[in-house]
Design a protein around this ligand. Structure first.
Ligand SMILES: [Fe+2]
Ligand SMILES: [Fe+2]
Length: 163
């Protein structure tokens, strides 16, 4: 599996969780709150592992390739990750106050929109660049390393292997 196949597959799993979060938003009170909490517990360790693969494996490979990608482009994607985390922080805070339903609605909708946009942007811009500039064997090596790194993080978070 190449690195972009791995990352795209992970994006799909994030989208499934985001859809579940949207469904939880339609339910009120305890049920909606518990659903969001469950989705986040599932999503956050996987998202962290995914971002580490992008930051620790993919970005260095792009900046040291034969046609290096500029640091500015990679900084941009790092900043995007920071923005996503800012919204995660807001959402986690809103979950601390179950009675503040409007705040939770806003924080959740914002987070879903920001993460969806980020996933799409990587798929439209970053991944095609990876496929264009890295030789296929390098894309496959990175994919294997990324899969192993994700499995380790998954094991750590859930005591099992990714489904
Ligand atoms: Fe990302
Ligand atoms: Fe990504």
């Amino acid at each position: 599996m190449t690195i972009t196949e791995l990352l795209r597959r992970q994006h799909e799993s994030f989208r499934r969780t985001l859809r579940a979060m949207r469904d939880s938003l339609k339910k009120d009170g305890t049920e909606g709150h518990a659903g969001l909490d469950r989705s986040l517990r599932h999503l956050l360790p996987l998202l962290a592992a995914h971002e580490e693969v992008e930051h620790d494996l993919l970005f260095p490979a792009l900046s040291s390739s034969e046609k290096p990608v500029s640091g500015e482009v990679l900084d941009y994607f790092d900043k995007e990750h920071e923005t996503v985390h800012h919204h995660i922080g807001e959402l986690l805070e809103s979950l601390q106050a179950p009675e503040a339903r409007l705040r939770r609605l806003v924080a959740t909708s914002d987070f879903i929109a920001v993460l969806e946009e980020h996933l799409e942007q990587e798929e439209r811009t970053l991944f095609p660049l990876v496929e264009e500039i890295l030789p296929l064997d390098a894309q496959e090596r990175l994919g294997e390393a990324g899969r192993a790194q994700t499995a380790e993080a998954f094991e750590h978070a859930y005591g099992g292997t990714p489904s």
